[in-house]
Write a protein of this length. Structure first.
Length: 299
């Protein structure tokens, strides 16, 4: 078996059980809430959608326009063209910066992948993120996860989690950015349906005793002693296990500062897990940048 620093295994694409996300990030939906209809049905009833939104990505399109990728509360992740956004007197101005949060007005067309953004009223551009590369790197890695893996269907809980997490990253204490960031990204993985199995063995479902445990990236979670025998799973000591579970369950802010070498191992674990479970070994640039930052020199 490897050590806590030897996270080098690969992972199969397995459906993983969901675990609760901290209520500090995502308040429960009211009991009366019902799932929204599919986007196809939803868009047959309207051509103008006004919805809370957050800018995940933006890039130049032609000499005067931008294309933006938006996480929205009402219609999921969508692409839209902001016509004239690059003109000197554009009504959009600097509103469409990555991680800007506001209210978007979208003209949508059924069966089209690109809609038209007619207005974006900024609520918060989260300036605190831009002043700290650690905060910004974590927030952009979070945005990348949602951009790449959230469906283009209405999913208010994912949007609400994203916005709450970005706000938390902007406002958390400087000394807590590292540990909170790891927890926030694990929370996003959970919201997208890929939470590691930590309550029972990922292979045979056996209940796990307290104490040291083996974690297998290949199997997507903890393994019982029998399944771990002969595998390349990583052994987590009791303290490392407790830290990992706190991060998974969204309680990272309650931890004391993680020792630098352990924090490095946790970032590596999360990145490898995402690459195998979500991106199928394709590199995620923002997540890789977040992992490889010289965190120890910035603390």
């Amino acid at each position: 078996m490897g050590s806590v620093h030897g996270f080098t295994s690969s992972i199969q694409s397995l459906p993983l059980p969901s675990l609760p996300v901290s209520s500090r990030l995502l308040p429960p939906l009211p009991a009366s809430s019902r799932p929204l209809p599919s986007l196809t049905v939803y868009l047959t009833k309207m051509s103008l959608v006004t919805t809370p939104a957050l800018v995940l990505h933006a890039f130049r399109y032609s000499e005067s326009s931008k294309i933006v990728r938006l996480a929205t509360e009402e219609i999921g992740v969508q692409s839209a063209i902001a016509k004239g956004a690059l003109r000197p007197r554009s009504k959009f101005g600097a509103r469409l910066q990555v991680l800007s949060e506001g209210i978007a007005e979208l003209h949508v067309k059924r069966h089209r992948d690109l809609h038209t953004l007619s207005e974006f009223a900024v609520r918060d551009q989260h300036a605190e993120l831009a002043g700290d590369v650690r905060r910004y790197a974590t927030a952009t890695a979070l945005a990348e996860l949602v951009l790449r893996f959230a469906p283009a269907e209405p999913n208010p809980p994912v949007y609400q989690y994203l916005v709450a997490a970005v706000r938390r990253l902007a406002l958390t204490l400087s000394e807590q950015v590292d540990v909170v960031g790891i927890g926030v990204l694990w929370g996003a993985v959970s919201m997208l349906g890929f939470t590691p199995a930590v309550d029972s063995c990922a292979r045979d479902g056996r209940r796990l005793p307290d104490g040291a445990v083996s974690f297998s990236i290949a199997d997507g979670g903890f393994l019982c002693q029998q399944c771990a025998t002969g595998s390349d799973a990583t052994t987590l000591k009791p303290g490392d296990r407790a830290t990992f579970e706190a991060l998974i369950y969204g309680a990272g802010e309650e931890l004391e500062r993680i020792p630098p070498r352990h924090a490095t191992a946790h970032r590596r674990l999360l990145t490898r897990f995402v690459q195998r479970h979500l991106s199928e070994d394709r590199e995620l640039k923002a997540l890789t940048f977040w992992e490889t930052l010289p965190w120890n020199d910035m603390s």
